[in-house]
Design a protein around this ligand. Structure first.
Ligand code: KG4
Ligand code: ZN
Length: 336
């Protein structure tokens, strides 16, 4: 059993975690940045500065709270893409300087893979092959794993991501940022059939997603209603938008699962916190004889424990990064 010290700074959450190679979490500290709320979205420059302010303090706190010394740590892990480049560089530079000064190997991790591997923290016994549906603020992907480090992206969004659609429609409805949690809560008392919003790329043989049509449709619909009507039917509209977002996610996940005879499905990313998506996908996967796993709510959000979890297969395989390694913002699930 070895111990990994991991860092996550790809967007607006600074997180430091200590996780052993049996996926047991010793600590997972997260510092969120409420400062962005006033801007209606994440301000990249501000995010980088706050990471820089928080990361050393969080690292000291993680070591002290868990009673861990540098001798106990076998490797460092850090997410290096995708994300805001300034934010990623803060985490990577910090991890590199510690790797160099403490003489520890460095494992670089793709942030979307980290979301997928968050599932292993609660379920270390998950085995390939499995299918992952990754749904976050920037990504909507179906990734087929034939082994822990071998995978192919079978479907992805052609325009906007599912989380972004939650966020943008919430903004239109005056519900604030981030939109997912508010829409999720409101939708629980609304009628999902109230507005028949369009489902993108409806064909069964197409595993890609498209949400730009839905976004335009919500914009048109909202602009045609008066304020009193919108106020009265906020929950119904939220439920209708949410159902239009999750229907294609469920349909395409099941279509891929059926075609590739998948028995294990992993839900991952911020949108994996969505109550309706979790319950409806679990029910439909069950009908197909497949099991669905999703991370606990706190592990769906950006955190460093998931970065450590994704680093474990690379650590076991000795896939370490040199100090010349760089961060990059390009979207997608890629193994580094
Ligand atoms: O993975 P994540 O924390 O950050 C990215 O890497 O993008 O995901 C954030 C996204 C946001 O779009 C947020 O609105 C969405 O996850 N989200 C939700 C819920 N909680 C967070 N979407 C739907 N339902 C939720 N309960
Ligand atoms: Zn994320």
């Amino acid at each position: 059993m070895s111990l990994i010290l991991a860092f996550e700074t790809s967007c607006d959450d600074t997180s430091v975690a200590l996780v052993d190679t049996d996926y047991r979490v010793r600590c997972n500290l997260i510092s969120t940045q409420p400062d962005h709320a006033a801007f209606g979205g994440v301000l990249p420059e501000l995010a980088s500065r706050l990471h820089l302010k928080n990361i050393l303090y969080l690292t000291e706190a993680a070591l002290n709270q868990s009673g861990t010394s540098w001798d106990d740590i076998s490797a460092l892990a850090v997410s290096v893409n995708p994300g805001l480049i300034g934010s990623l560089i803060v985490g990577l530079s910090f991890a590199k300087s510690l790797a160099w000064s403490r003489g520890k190997p460095l494992v670089t991790v793709n942030h979307m893979l980290a979301h997928i591997f968050a599932n292993f923290i609660d379920h270390p016994d998950i085995e390939p092959p499995f299918l992952a549906l990754v749904v976050s603020g920037g990504h909507t992907e179906l990734v087929h794993f034939t082994d822990y480090t071998r995978f192919a992206v079978l479907g992805k969004t052609l325009d906007d991501a599912a989380g972004e659609t939650f966020d943008k429609t919430a903004k239109l409805l005056g519900l604030g940022y981030p939109g997912g949690p508010v829409i999720d809560r409101l939708a629980q008392s609304g009628d999902p059939a109230f507005v028949p919003f369009p489902r993108g790329l409806n064909r069964k043989d197409n595993f890609n997603f498209s949400y730009s049509g839905l976004k335009t449709s919500v914009l048109t619909y909202v602009s045609q209603q008066d304020t009193a009507f919108l106020e009265l039917h906020r929950a119904d509209i939220a439920a209708s938008v949410q159902q239009a977002i999750i229907d294609p996610l469920i349909a395409k996940t099941l279509a891929v699962a059926a075609q590739y005879r998948i028995k294990t499905i992993l839900l991952a990313g911020g949108v994996a916190a969505n109550t309706a998506l979790r319950s409806q996908l679990a029910a439909k996967a069950g009908q197909l004889g497949a099991g669905l796993h999703y991370p606990s709510l706190d592990l769906c959000m950006d955190n460093a424990a998931m970065v450590a979890a994704a680093a474990i297969p690379k650590f076991r395989a000795g896939l370490f990064a040199g100090l010349e390694v760089n961060a990059f913002s390009a979207k997608g699930t890629k193994l580094l």
